[in-house]
Design a protein around this ligand. Structure first.
Ligand SMILES: *[C@@H]1O[C@H](CO)[C@@H](O)[C@H](O)[C@H]1NC(C)=O
Ligand SMILES: *[C@@H]1O[C@H](CO)[C@@H](O)[C@H](O)[C@H]1NC(C)=O
Ligand SMILES: *[C@@H]1O[C@H](CO)[C@@H](O)[C@H](O)[C@H]1NC(C)=O
Length: 445
């Protein structure tokens, strides 16, 4: 069981003496207003009008799931809703991505991110809004993520006068595969952004609660695929063949020694061979076998070492059995590392909005999140939003064909997004005023 966060600190404490001096003359929002602003956002998100609107969007997207870089209808739906809300946007960014803007249009820029893609999975949940596309399903909650970010956009637009900068809405394609976040970064659309926040719905935490942690959240992750080539022939005359099946078997077993014998036991790592393909008949030795899998590590060093050794072991073990092997690596995501200052900000905002007892410390996970690409170029913060309601059935975890989203969680996500961005912009403005006030003081000395 993870311990709850016990953090009652407010950033206001840090700046207390100076804020007293300058607050009279400025538009600084006090901690009371700060707290009531967050509560208002949750109230707004919970009004039947906004709640139904968010749920309806989520269901529409759920019915029409689209895989990475094919989110054409999802993208169109997002743009149509932004149009109705009077929110300007850039499109396309990274093929199907949409970047929306709320606020003054000037710095500081703070971004909120939602991913849009679905999974290649047949939905097994029988309900009114079941996926209408065979073999595709929103089984990772990205439909809910888009709906919550649009919910935040609606609330933020109604409070645009409070925003002393610009909130950048990032609707990103291809989180599951294809590095959508990387492409958004490469598009340059976020080049002036000071900080970015992202969230994921989580069936393992109770509704109304959030979980996160400072520093390492998710591991670095990569995929590999290898072709092991031998020489096919009659299964009863093996001496005339070079058997790639036996070679592949030895390769797989040797790969399992990398973590147990070569990795630092205190630096968690994983190597999994998840695919093995070769041969079609009981009496034919095939020419080739392909294997594929994933590897994870928390440290950069551990990751690079695994990557190098996976290739050496595959090629070396294949050679032992007179086979040749080629290895490809793809879809490599860096580790998700939460910025310490944004962690404090998150704790303040979430405690205000949900109550301090609703914050949990999340254990680090070997899962991966392409949100890490944003964090490589700017301070970023990722957290999860609970949705398990004890009085309902237990929810399946992500990527299950029985996966369900508890839609009651959507207003929390919308309100958290909105509060995190508005109050972070306020904090940046306060810091600026503090610096300017100090500068003025020094001037007079
Ligand atoms: C970032 O700021 C610079 C300087 O103000 C500006 O020229 C550029 O267009 C901005 N980039 C984006 C993506 O808004
Ligand atoms: C492996 O590669 C070598 C060098 O290219 C080649 O001579 C040999 O025939 C290959 N062996 C198999 C089993 O493909
Ligand atoms: C959990 O579900 C029950 C029954 O549907 C509902 O009354 C309650 O408000 C829910 N709790 C939360 C925190 O949403």
């Amino acid at each position: 069981m993870s311990p709850s966060f016990k953090c009652f600190h407010l950033f206001i404490i840090f700046y207390f003496p100076i804020i007293i001096i300058i607050s009279a003359a400025t538009t600084i929002v006090s901690s009371t207003e700060f707290s009531s602003l967050s509560t208002n956002f949750l109230d707004s998100a919970n009004t039947p009008e906004v709640f139904d609107w968010i749920v309806n969007i989520r269901r529409k997207i759920h019915q029409n799931p689209e895989l990475g870089y094919q989110e054409f209808h999802t993208s169109e739906l997002i743009r149509a809703e932004l149009d109705k809300l009077g929110i300007s946007y850039k499109h396309p960014a990274a093929e199907t991505g949409v970047i929306g803007y709320i606020g003054t249009g000037n710095a500081p820029f703070v971004a909120l991110r939602a991913d849009m893609d679905a999974l290649a999975l047949q939905e097994m949940v029988e309900w009114e809004h079941k996926s209408k596309v065979p073999g595709k399903m929103h089984a990772c909650g990205h439909d809910a993520h888009v709906a919550m970010l649009l919910g935040a956009a609606k609330i933020l637009k109604q409070n645009e006068n409070l925003i002393q900068g610009t909130i950048v809405l990032v609707f990103q394609p291809a989180e599951e595969e294809g590095g959508g976040a990387k492409k958004i970064v490469e598009s340059g659309a976020l080049e002036n952004v000071t900080a970015i926040f992202g969230l994921h719905v989580a069936s393992e935490f109770p509704i109304g609660e959030v979980a996160s942690r400072k520093d390492l959240v998710y591991a670095s992750s990569g995929f590999f695929e290898a072709t092991i080539s031998g020489k096919g022939g009659h299964a009863a005359i093996p001496q005339h063949s070079i058997d790639p099946i036996l070679a592949a078997s030895k390769v797989i077993i040797s790969l399992q020694h990398l973590v147990s014998r070569e990795a630092d036991p205190l630096d968690s790592q994983v190597v999994t061979v998840a695919r093995l393909q070769g041969g079609n008949a009981f009496n034919v030795i095939p020419d080739t076998v392909t294997i594929g899998g994933t590897f994870r590590a928390f440290s950069k060093h551990g990751y690079m070492q695994l990557r190098q050794r996976i290739e050496q072991v595959i090629v070396g073990q294949a050679n032992v059995h007179r086979c040749n092997a080629t290895v490809d690596f793809f879809d490599e995501d860096p580790a998700t590392i939460n910025n310490g200052e944004l962690h404090k900000h998150f704790l303040d905002v979430a405690a205000n909005l949900l109550g301090p007892e609703k914050l949990r410390e999340m254990p680090p996970s070997m899962g991966a999140e392409d949100f890490a690409y944003y964090q490589e170029v700017m301070p970023g913060y990722f957290f999860v939003l609970g949705m398990q309601n004890a009085s309902h059935e237990r929810l399946e975890t992500e990527h299950s064909p029985y996966y369900k989203v508890n839609e009651d969680a959507l207003p929390y996500g919308a309100a958290l997004h909105a509060s995190l961005a508005v109050t972070y912009i306020q904090k940046l403005q306060q810091d600026k005023q503090v610096v300017e006030a100090n500068y003025d003081d020094n001037d007079e000395l």
